[in-house]
Write a protein that binds this ligand. Structure first.
Ligand code: SF4
Length: 386
């Protein structure tokens, strides 16, 4: 018997048992809403662009004009491809595309070019990139559980060639995190005891046979619908030759209007040539390094077996073809108690609301076009025992 798990399903089960049940196990690999969740798609696409960029930076060059040009081309080509797919995906949706969808799509080149301008030179100056999106399968000691993880970046402190043995240099890991808002005073504390990051660092060390004692969060700040940030929206006044050329600012100024940058120039040009470096940098805080506490990680992994065995034992004899039967629903209620915390603080509903609250079509979710089967996040899941 092998039980695969990861941080997302593990923590989802503590938010509400049914969030994990429906999202990761129902009807095979779990189900997900058919509707495109644009912010989630943005986060996924940002990771794809970052992976394409960091892959070409192994072995790691120092930052230079040539590296910058190569990086910009990879970002733009990947963004163009993903934006096209994004557009096609949104075109299948019943609701018309909104200004907010457009803002989210503008954020893809804005966040990835912005990160390359603000953070990548610092990364290459100080570190070598050891791996990007490293797939890890960690057998939790003395259990049948495999913990799957994928840190976004593994970095090694850079040394000048020949000065010392580079393989002895400390390793650290990085995760990218998109967020609507960032508070520099209170924000770091939410990551200082992140078990997700500590466990990822620990299992990265296990995989590479080198202890990883620290981790970083690289934040990418998006702004929100009401307050779009200056990566995508800025103040503009059209040229009036021969008196003045186009004027752009990030702060409200007389006779200038707030516009969507992409309506007037490419986002790439705006990020690299229009904004000052500090105006870009403020949207990409590098948070850390945070220390991995060995005790915390070991305590965490000691609890993983019981939790995963609970899921394994309660799932193993369920026949999902019986979903619509009252007796099956009652059995799910007994085995998987729910929190019914179905709305978040913004008022958004959990994607499974229709099923848990027995809205029309709850009895046949796979035929309702509201849901589809979840695609596994990790290739290891394909080896999973039923
Ligand atoms: S709708 Fe409510 S009860 Fe159902 S999974 Fe979501 S939070 Fe849990």
């Amino acid at each position: 018997m092998t039980i695969y798990t990861d941080r997302t399903r593990f923590t989802r089960g503590f938010e509400c048992r049914w969030k994990r049940l429906l999202g990761f196990h129902a009807f095979g690999t779990g189900i997900t809403a058919n509707r495109v969740a644009v912010p989630l798609a943005l986060g996924r696409h940002v990771h794809t662009v970052q992976e394409e960029v960091t892959k070409i930076l192994i072995p790691t060059p120092k930052w230079s004009d040539t590296v910058q040009l190569t990086v910009r081309k990879v970002i733009q080509d990947t963004c163009d491809k993903l934006t096209k797919e994004f557009e096609e995906e949104l075109a299948t949706q019943p609701t018309p595309r909104s200004d907010e969808d457009r803002r989210q799509m503008d954020l893809l080149p804005a966040l990835t070019h912005g990160y390359a301008r603000a953070v990548l030179p610092w990364v290459l100056e100080n570190y070598e990139i050891v791996a990007s999106e490293l797939e890890i399968s960690y057998p939790v000691p003395n259990t049948d559980v495999i913990w799957m993880a994928r840190p976004d970046l593994v970095l090694r402190t850079r040394v000048e060639p020949g000065s010392t043995d580079e393989s002895e240099q400390p390793l650290t890991i990085v995760d990218y995190k998109t967020a609507s808002y960032w508070n520099a005073e209170t924000g770091p504390s939410q990551w200082a005891s992140s078990i997700q990051m500590m466990a990822n660092a620990y299992v990265t060390g296990w995989t590479l046979q080198r202890k990883v004692d620290t981790y970083y969060m690289h934040m990418l700040v998006k702004g929100n619908k009401r307050y779009p940030n200056h990566l995508t929206h800025a103040y503009f006044r059209a040229a009036s030759p021969p008196l003045f050329e186009d004027k752009w600012t990030t702060a409200r100024t007389a006779k200038m209007s707030k516009v969507r940058v992409a309506d007037y120039r490419t986002i790439q040009d705006w990020i690299w040539n229009g904004l000052k470096s500090e105006e870009v940098g403020e949207k990409f805080p590098v948070v850390g390094p945070f220390t991995v506490h060995q005790y915390t990680v070991e305590a965490f992994f000691r609890g993983v077996e019981q939790e995963e065995m609970y899921w394994h034992n309660n799932l193993k004899d369920l026949d999902w073809t019986q979903w619509h039967q009252l007796s099956f629903q009652n059995e799910l209620d007994r085995r998987f108690p729910r929190t019914f915390a179905c709305h978040d603080f913004t008022g958004s509903r959990c994607q499974f609301y229709d099923l848990c609250h027995k809205q029309p079509e709850w009895g046949n979710p796979m035929q309702s076009e509201r849901y589809k089967i979840r695609e596994p996040h990790h290739p290891q899941e394909e080896n999973e025992d039923a």
